[in-house]
Design a protein around this ligand. Structure first.
Ligand SMILES: [Zn+2]
Length: 272
C-alpha cells in the first residue's frame, strides 16, 4: 500500500493496475498528478535489462536503428555541433552518431564492462557511475543531456531531473524517452492485466522494473517542479510505418521528448 504519491505528495491514490503471475503487484494512480506509482514493497527487479555490447557499426541491429531514430529527432532541434552527455548510454550508439556529426560526446554507464567495451571499440570515454550520485568533479556542463528508458525505473523522478539540470548549461536541452501511459496500448494492457488475461506469461517470481509511469500531464508536472519547459512531445512506436499516424494522433506506446532547462533566475522568479 502507498499512502503518498512519489511525485506530487498527494494522497488521492487509487489501485490502478495489478501485475505479475498472481496479480499481487500493484500500481496506484495519483488522481492529482496522474503518475502511476508502483508499490515498491511488492519488489522490483532492475537486473533483467542487462545487454551484451553491440557495435554501433552493426547498422542493421535493432538497438542501433533505435539510436538512429533518437539522433534524427535530436538533430532536428539541435542542429549545430554541440556537446552531449548520454546517461545510460548502452553501446554508445547515439554518441557514435553525434560524434560523426562533429559533436563533443561523453557517456555514463552503471556497468564497468559496458564502459570498457565502448572505450575499446570506439575510443569514447564513459564515466562509470550512478548519475543520481555523480559528483561531477570537473564541473563539466553540456548543451544536451540524454536519458532514454531510464526515468521510469527511478523512484525519485524529481531528483533525476535535478541531476540532469546540474549537468546542463542554461537553456540546455534534455532528450528523454519513456513509456506513455496515455497510449492506447497502455490502456489495453491495463484492462487485460486487471482481468487476469495477460498474467500467465510471467514467472511466479517476476518483478517489474518500471516504478514511476508517466503520461503527458504527470511529466509536465515534473518539469514544472524542476525548472524545465517542454519543447517537443512526440509519441512513437518501434513499428516505424505507424509513426506517421502517431505524429497526428499522439497515442503511441512510447514518447520522445525534448525539454529546455530554464535559467536559474527564471526559476527563482517563478518560485517567488
Ligand atoms: Zn501525484
Amino acid at each position: 500500500m502507498i499512502s503518498e504519491c512519489r511525485l506530487c505528495g498527494g494522497t488521492n491514490l487509487r489501485p490502478w493496475m495489478t501485475d505479475g503471475r498472481n496479480r499481487d503487484l500493484v500500481y496506484y494512480k495519483c488522481d492529482d498528478c496522474s503518475l502511476w506509482n508502483y508499490d515498491l514493497d511488492c519488489g522490483v527487479d532492475q537486473t533483467q535489462y542487462t545487454e551484451v555490447y553491440i557495435s554501433p557499426r552493426d547498422v542493421e541491429h535493432r538497438s542501433n536503428r533505435l539510436n538512429v531514430d533518437s539522433w534524427n529527432f535530436l538533430r532536428r532541434y539541435a542542429d549545430s555541433p554541440r556537446s552531449i552527455m548520454d546517461i545510460g548510454c548502452g553501446n554508445a550508439g547515439l554518441l557514435h552518431l553525434a560524434r560523426e556529426a562533429g559533436w563533443d560526446v561523453a557517456g555514463m554507464e552503471l556497468s564497468r564492462q559496458a564502459a570498457d567495451s565502448i572505450r575499446e571499440d570506439q575510443g569514447i570515454d564513459v564515466v562509470v557511475s550512478d548519475f543520481l550520485k555523480y559528483e561531477n568533479p570537473e564541473g563539466r556542463s553540456y548543451d544536451v543531456v540524454a536519458l532514454r528508458h531510464v526515468l521510469e525505473h527511478l523512484p525519485d523522478s524529481l531528483l533525476a531531473m535535478r541531476r540532469i539540470a546540474a549537468l546542463l548549461k542554461d537553456n540546455g536541452l534534455a532528450l528523454l524517452e519513456f513509456p506513455n501511459t496515455g497510449s492506447f496500448s497502455y490502456r489495453l494492457k491495463r484492462v487485460l492485466k486487471n482481468r487476469g488475461l495477460k498474467n500467465a506469461k510471467y514467472a511466479p517470481d517476476w518483478r517489474p522494473g518500471h516504478v514511476n509511469e508517466f503520461c503527458r500531464k504527470s511529466f509536465e508536472y515534473l518539469l514544472d517542479q524542476t525548472g524545465f519547459e517542454l519543447v517537443v512531445w512526440r509519441t512513437y512506436s518501434n513499428k516505424r510505418v505507424a509513426n506517421a499516424f502517431y505524429r497526428w494522433v499522439p497515442i503511441a506506446s512510447k514518447v520522445r521528448v525534448l525539454v529546455r532547462k530554464q535559467p536559474a533566475s527564471a526559476v527563482g522568479q517563478e518560485a517567488a
